[in-house]
Design a protein around this ligand. Structure first.
Ligand code: SAM
Length: 347
């Protein structure tokens, strides 16, 4: 549900009130989707190509609009930004936006999530513009499987990882969505191989449990828990599975590698909810502000801005978004749930 945003929620909103929700969580992290277009079509992330229709360009936030929203958010205490999509690097002149966001006072952490296919071309520009860190999706090291799952090619992704390192963007994190029968479970498992690959490439790998979205892949069929994965002999040979899970200030939990060189991360949105420490807000490419990934609700900042809304009005929308952030994000399994695909929301 998209809520139209009235021009004036509050008579006046103090600039220093910060973004604390009803449960005492401080919201300091904004994920910004810059496009709902992608040069891949990962089965877990988007509807079938014929069912997928990208938003018209004029419905997508312009860079000046994103920058303005970020300035207000930073005033309210947001200090961490992640640029995502769709595929962020398919948006023209993305370095222009990165540079703008890197110079917003108060922003201390600027990162991007990408499929890396275009990093060979743009990594140096991104580094120069001020991008600090990068997360790269890598679901398989098998070229055929990779193509079947994503519709794209593995080779440019591997080249993109190298280019990011060469450009000095780091640390590099690799994200793998676990899917039974595809890259996890039985003889399909690539978990051990991916851990080795990350080690050889100076990257930290994080395995993510598959989330059920309205227009994603068949969750019942492909979901596998991290717990299941940690039972495997080839994983136990590499990971200190009995160590205490390290909890950082993100959704990931970490276990040390037996090699002594680094750690491996696990993101468990399904088996271990991390709502308690959630500090996130999301801005969709068409200007929706969402305070909870699986909740359907979003507030419309684009129309507010284009209707002449002031910075105070934008601030009020942020405060309202914090106010309605649910204590726990629910993935309901009702067929009529409106939960959209990740390509629409921005993962
Ligand atoms: N195109 C970029 C990429 O591939 O990294 C950024 C956007 S993509 C939506 C961001 C992340 O969302 C990916 O790392 C992917 O792992 C995650 N994602 C998408 N759909 C998911 C699902 N159903 N369950 C778990 N993770 C998902």
């Amino acid at each position: 549900m998209v809520e139209a945003t009235p021009m004036h929620f509050f008579e006046s909103v103090p600039a220093d009130s910060g973004l604390t929700d009803r449960f005492g969580r401080q919201l300091t992290y904004l994920r910004i989707s810059v496009t709902d277009r992608c040069n891949m079509r990962c089965d877990y992330c988007r509807p079938a190509p014929d069912a997928y229709k990208a938003e018209p360009h004029d419905q997508i936030l312009r860079y000046e609009e994103i920058e303005r929203i970020v300035r207000v958010a930073a005033d309210l205490g947001v200090n961490k930004l992640r640029i995502t999509g769709g595929e962020p690097l398919v948006r023209r002149d993305l370095a222009v936006l990165v540079k703008k966001l890197a110079s917003v006072p108060g922003i201390t952490d600027l990162s991007m999530t990408t499929n890396a296919t275009l990093l060979g071309k743009y990594a140096a520009d991104m580094a120069k513009a001020g991008l600090q860190r990068i997360n790269i999706s890598l679901d398989s090291l098998n070229a055929l499987r990779f193509r079947k799952l994503t519709g794209g090619e593995l080779a440019p992704v591997l080249a993109g990882i190298k280019a990011a390192r060469a450009a000095g963007i780091g640390p590099i994190k690799l994200n793998t969505v676990l899917m039974r029968g595809i890259n996890a479970g039985g003889e399909h498992s690539e978990v051990a191989e991916l851990i080795d690959f990350a080690g050889e490439n100076d990257a930290t790998i994080r395995f993510i449990e598959l989330m059920p979205m309205k227009q994603g892949m068949d969750w019942d069929h492909h979901y596998i828990s991290i717990d299941d994965v940690l039972q495997r002999d080839d994983v136990r040979a590499r990971v200190e599975v009995d160590a205490v899970l390290k909890t950082g200030n993100t959704a990931a939990r970490y276990l040390p590698l037996k090699s002594g060189k680094g750690e491996v991360g696990f993101i468990m949105p399904m088996s271990e909810r991390f709502c308690e420490g959630c500090n996130r807000l999301r801005l969709t490419s068409d200007g929706g502000l969402r305070s909870c990934l699986p909740a359907d609700h979003q507030l419309n900042l684009r129309d507010l801005i284009r209707g002449g809304g002031s910075d105070d009005d934008i601030r009020a929308v942020f405060l309202r978004s914090a106010m309605i952030k649910p204590e726990i994000g629910l993935y309901d399994f009702e067929a009529d749930s409106e939960k959209r695909s990740m390509i629409h929301i921005g993962g």
